[in-house]
Design a protein around this ligand. Structure first.
Ligand code: UGA
Length: 423
């Protein structure tokens, strides 16, 4: 099949590379010319395991990159994969979706045959039917039955997006007519996974409900973890026993400093804003958010309990990315920790294997180090914020500290003298 993918962010780029791997002819449209150029040279601005290998295999063969919409009409179907960052009042900002629909619609004006548009960007229920479909029909000046529409949410974890694309738990296809649904489903031929066909609105909601539920599991594990800590119980031992119940499952029960990233916090806010607009009370969702906001600050309470007032103390923060294997710091739990340490007048020295440059763009007035060992030298205490595997090797490096006070916000260290947030 000939597929055009609109948006070269992590979802669009990974989807385009994986669709090429599935044997399709793919054109990726990324309107930022610099970004488009670096992708076409096989140097994406994001790091995803396995992505560069796919790019070098397919670029110039089955995968092409462009910053203009000129060849859309030559494709059979288009995926919309543009970003929907948090906008006013917590709802997604749809400006990129609107502009993609405008450009896509215009480029379909002269196409005489059927075209399928598949919405992959995360949007609130009702958006595809209320905004995407009317905008594309308007700008293409075509009738509803000449263009088909589907909503096909993504469940890609950053850092593991290629693996998640090729081996999904399920493929959700929301559609209002069987022809569009069949065509969208056939794109994934070759991938072994159950396909769930729903209405468009349900597919949109499945994405939010999934992320909200995963975030809920984490905040639940953290709330229980805090209780465990007060009772001197190891929360990981407890959740191991809990997760073995197949009705619960062991995933996303890791207590720690809370969840970050570009998805969970934003999607929770959007769902809360949606509920409020419907006069519903999102009691659980708000609590999930509240637990997550308080969780990183508990690390500082633990720290103060150990070393007293933080003013003038040298604190090493290990881990800046919102999780390991990424340089993404969006909503990273290390941000509120650093902000609070600054407010308390601590002297902060930070290290991350990949995310130092990203954090430098946000926070300039702290010291950054090239290695964990450098950050630890002379520190009064250390806080571990990200589960980077290299941190599990640390031990003697902690002896360089003025005092071996180690507070762990993620369960990753294996040495002695650790105070875990929930263990
Ligand atoms: C998340 C979802 O996992 C994907 O399925 C979804 O497609 C994606 O959002 C999205 O909406 O695009 P991602 O944000 O990349 O993916 O990250 P996760 O691996 O889910 O982790 C999110 C946060 O939760 C991280 O800060 C992680 O450290 C934290 N976490 C995760 C915990 O604190 N405990 C856990 O047990 C698991």
């Amino acid at each position: 099949m000939k597929i055009s993918v609109i948006g070269g962010g992590y979802v669009g780029l990974v989807s385009a590379a994986c669709l090429a791997q599935l044997g399709h002819w793919v054109e990726l449209i990324e309107i930022d010319p610099d970004r488009a150029r670096s992708i076409s040279q096989g140097r994406p601005q994001i790091y995803e395991k396995g992505l560069e290998a796919l790019l070098s295999k397919h670029l110039g063969e089955r995968l092409h990159v462009s910053s203009i919409y000129d060849h859309i009409a030559e494709s059979d179907l288009s995926f919309i994969c543009v970003g929907t960052p948090e906008g006013e009042g917590g709802r997604p900002d749809l400006s990129m979706v609107q502009s993609a629909c405008r450009s896509l619609g215009r480029s379909l004006r002269d196409k005489s045959s059927y075209h399928l548009v598949v919405m992959k960007s995360t949007v609130l229920p009702g958006t595809t039917e209320g905004l995407v479909i009317p905008a594309i029909l308007k700008h293409s000046r075509r009738e509803g039955d000449e263009i088909g529409f589907c909503m096909n949410p993504e469940f890609l974890r950053e850092g593991r997006a290629v693996e998640d694309f090729m081996h999904p738990d399920r493929i959700v296809i929301g559609c209002n007519d069987p022809i569009s649904g069949e065509l969208a489903e056939s794109v994934y031929r070759g991938i072994e996974a159950p396909v769930v066909r729903t209405e468009i609105k349900s597919a949109e909601m499945i994405k939010y409900a999934s992320n909200a539920f995963l975030a809920t599991k984490i905040s639940f594990a953290n709330e229980l973890g805090n209780l465990c800590k007060a009772l001197r119980i190891d929360a990981y031992e407890v959740m191991k026993g809990v997760g073995m119940d197949h009705r619960i499952n062991p995933h996303f029960l890791n207590a720690g400093a809370g969840f970050g990233g570009s998805c969970f916090p934003k999607d929770l806010s959007a769902l809360i804003a949606l509920a409020q607009s419907l006069d519903e009370k999102p009691l659980i969702l708000r609590s999930v958010q509240e637990v997550n906001e308080r969780q990183p600050l508990r690390l500082l309470e633990l720290l103060e309990g150990k070393i007293g007032r933080l003013k003038g103390k040298r604190i090493a923060v290990l881990g800046l990315a919102f999780k390991n294997d990424t340089d993404d710091i969006r909503e990273s739990r290390s941000i509120p920790v650093i902000m609070k340490l600054k407010e308390e007048g601590a002297d902060i020295v930070a290290y991350d294997p990949k995310a130092v440059d990203s954090m430098k763009r946000l926070i300039q007035d702290i010291e950054y180090c090239p290695t964990a060992a450098d950050a630890l030298r002379g520190a009064d205490a250390c806080i571990v914020m990200t589960e980077w595997p290299e941190f599990s090797e640390l031990d003697e490096e902690f002896d360089r500290m003025r005092s071996r006070v180690i507070i762990e916000g993620r369960r990753i260290l294996s040495c002695r003298d650790i105070e875990g947030i929930c263990w």
